[in-house]
Each structure stands twice: as structure tokens, then as C-alpha cells.
Design a protein around this ligand. Structure first.
Ligand code: PMP
Length: 358
């Protein structure tokens, strides 16, 4: 009977499992490409692999739990004290820690929707309630509506900029004005997973923004621009009490020594990696330009993906692209998110998009 069964917290009952991007499938031997997880198409640099391989020789030992060298490297890179930095098993882990630290049943977490699929899951696991504020018609944050959604129960606001999966970046003035109206006891998490791909000057850098705002914390990652998704390293920039809360919630030894070494080597090779990011931004301009020339009305994108507003056509479109050996991320009934990847992959996707009846 139900009484004899192991019981779990009721808030877990309808938690949807996180769905990773599908790998591409093909049986005719032609190459396949994955444009469904916003990964970087470039493999790690040889120097990064060498550093990771050297660290692998010590894998019989636990990693440095304090990630001292990595925090030091980040501290130098940003000109910030180590006490303002925390690393985690990908920025998604840091997000989980922040929500676990700040929220309990009955609390509310506000975020724009649609946004990153991990947000509703991470909120629900704490027992708190998601308050989703619809994006505007042009896929941007609606800060007036987000302000109106703040209540006495609001504990956290999540701001994803550039927004996954739609692409727009939040402008300087709208973000500063919003932060001015958020109560100082509400934590504002600015998720900048795609920051390095932003080419819009009218934005604020989270690493500057948080300095005189103790309730603001910024999330960054090595998964996207730095191309280390498989290593799982992300970090937070925030004030010492926020960083301390993250550290308390972190799993012991969450970031492996191999991952720490790869991240440090990537910081050292940053210029080379940012040149790759520049090439991807260039490719993004080409893809968006070709989509517009073909009559597609796609939202602005400052990330390594583009949003195709396909509505009911989303699943058939994703299947048509898949038939070319390229996987994209469908959000049935809404649209598809397509990562900017290798030129050949982008071309296969564009070929389908050009001939699609709109
Ligand atoms: N935030 C956003 C907006 C993302 O799109 C992603 C990755 N899909 C993440 C955070 C998590 O990245 P990671 O855990 O690899 O650092």
C-alpha cells in the first residue's frame, strides 16, 4: 500500500526531468551535427587538454575543494577579491545552490518565460513557487510586469541575459531601473551564461553591476564561450554573504581537478578562445542575415543560438532539419532554438529554413 512506500517531498511530484538536447541521428553514413545544446563547436585547445591530462594523473586524490588556484585566476582576470567568487559543477549547480540557500515552501521566485528550462525545475525542488512573467512580443524581458509580480513572498528574481532560448540581451537602463525597484532583501540572479557573445554596447557587465548591489549575484560559465561544457565548471560573482551561502550548499568536491585545470588553462588562453567567440558571432550575423533574407522574422540574438518562431510548425521543422543530420531544440507549439555551430551544420539548417513555407 501507499503507506508502505518510501515517501518523497510532495514538491517533487510533478517535477519534469531536465531534457538534454538530442544528439543527431543518421543512418546513411553522412556527417551529423548537434545544434541542440548551445555547445561550442570548437574542441578544447591543445594546451587546455594538456593541462587537463596532466591533472588526470592525480585522479586517485580528491580535488582541491577550495578551488584555490582557479579562484585566484578568476580573481586576477576580473580584478575582484576571491571572497566575491564561487565555483560550481557548471553554473546550473551554482543556481541550484542559490535557490536552495534562499527559498523554501511558500516563497516565490520570479522569472521571465520562456527562459532557461532548468529554472522551473530548480525552483520546484526547493518547494518554492515559480512566478513566470511572459516575455514581450519581441521576446524581451517585460520588467514592468516583473516589477508588478513582486510580493512579500518574493525571495529571488532570475534575469537571463542574453535570454535562453530567445536571444535578446537586456539593455543597461532597463536593468538598472529594475534593480532600483527590487527590494534590497530580494536576491537578483543575473544569469550571464552567454555574456561573451554579446556585441551590444548598451548593456551592463554583471561583474561591474554587482559591486554596489549586495543583493545581486551574477552567474557565468566555462561551458559556452570557453567550450568546456563537458568539464562542468561555472561560477558566481557576488558579495561575500551570497558567496558564503553558495559554498554552504555546494556538494563536497563538486569540481574535479581535471575541470579546475582546464578552466585555469582556458583563462590563460583567453584571447585565443575569444577569437573563436568572435568567429561564432560573425557566423551568427551570417545566419541571421540569411534567415532575414529568406523572410524570417527572428528576434535579436546576442547568444550562440537563434530562435525560430515556428508555432505549430516547430516539430515538423525540427524533424526536417534532423533529416539532414542536424539536431535542433524544439519547444513544441512555440519555436525551435538553433545553436550557431560549424558552418556546414548551419548551412544544412539554413537550407531547410530557406525553403520552409511560412
Ligand atoms: N544558464 C543558461 C541561461 C544556460 O543556457 C545554461 C546552459 N544551457 C546554463 C545556465 C548552464 O550552463 P552550465 O551548467 O553548463 O554552466
Amino acid at each position: 500500500t501507499a503507506q508502505d512506500e518510501v515517501r518523497f517531498r510532495p514538491c517533487l511530484d510533478d517535477v519534469a526531468a531536465y531534457k538534454p538536447g538530442r544528439p543527431p541521428e543518421r543512418t546513411d553514413g553522412r556527417p551529423t551535427y548537434k545544434l541542440s545544446s548551445n555547445e561550442n563547436p570548437y574542441p578544447p585547445l591543445p594546451g587546455v587538454l594538456a593541462a587537463a591530462t596532466a591533472a588526470a594523473g592525480d585522479m586517485n586524490r580528491y580535488p582541491d575543494m577550495g578551488a584555490v588556484d582557479l579562484l585566484e585566476a578568476l580573481s586576477e582576470r576580473f580584478g575582484l577579491p576571491v571572497s566575491d567568487l564561487a565555483v560550481g559543477t557548471g553554473s546550473v549547480a551554482v543556481l541550484y545552490h542559490l535557490l536552495q540557500a534562499a527559498c523554501a515552501a511558500g516563497d516565490e521566485v520570479i522569472y521571465a518565460w520562456r527562459s532557461f528550462e532548468a529554472y522551473p525545475i530548480a525552483v520546484q525542488l526547493t518547494g518554492a513557487t515559480s512566478v513566470r512573467v511572459p516575455l514581450t512580443e519581441d521576446a524581451r524581458h517585460d520588467f514592468k510586469a516583473m516589477e508588478a509580480a513582486i510580493t512579500d513572498r518574493t525571495r529571488v528574481v532570475l534575469v537571463c541575459t542574453p535570454n535562453n532560448p530567445t536571444g535578446p540581451v537586456v539593455r543597461r537602463d532597463e536593468l538598472l531601473a529594475f534593480l532600483d525597484v527590487v527590494p534590497s532583501n530580494v536576491l537578483v540572479v543575473i544569469d550571464e551564461a552567454y555574456r561573451e557573445f554579446v556585441r551590444e554596447p548598451d548593456t551592463v557587465d554583471g561583474a561591474e553591476l554587482y559591486r554596489d548591489r549586495p543583493n545581486v549575484v551574477v552567474l557565468r560559465t566555462f561551458s559556452k564561450a570557453y567550450g568546456l561544457a563537458g568539464f562542468r565548471v561555472g561560477y558566481a560573482i557576488g558579495h561575500p554573504p551570497v558567496v558564503a551561502a553558495i559554498r554552504k550548499c555546494a556538494l563536497p568536491f563538486g569540481v574535479s581537478q581535471v575541470a579546475q585545470a582546464a578552466a585555469i588553462a582556458s583563462i590563460q588562453a583567453e584571447q585565443e578562445l575569444l577569437d573563436r567567440v568572435e568567429a561564432l558571432c560573425h557566423e551568427r550575423r551570417r545566419v541571421v542575415g540569411e534567415l532575414q533574407a529568406a523572410g524570417w522574422d527572428v528576434p535579436e540574438t546576442h547568444a550562440n543560438f537563434v530562435w525560430m518562431p515556428l508555432g505549430d510548425d516547430t516539430v515538423p521543422f525540427a524533424e526536417a532539419v534532423q533529416a539532414e543530420g542536424v539536431s535542433v531544440r524544439p519547444f513544441p507549439g512555440e519555436g525551435a532554438r538553433v545553436t550557431i555551430g560549424e558552418a556546414e551544420a548551419n548551412n544544412l539548417f539554413l537550407q531547410v529554413a530557406r525553403t520552409w513555407r511560412k
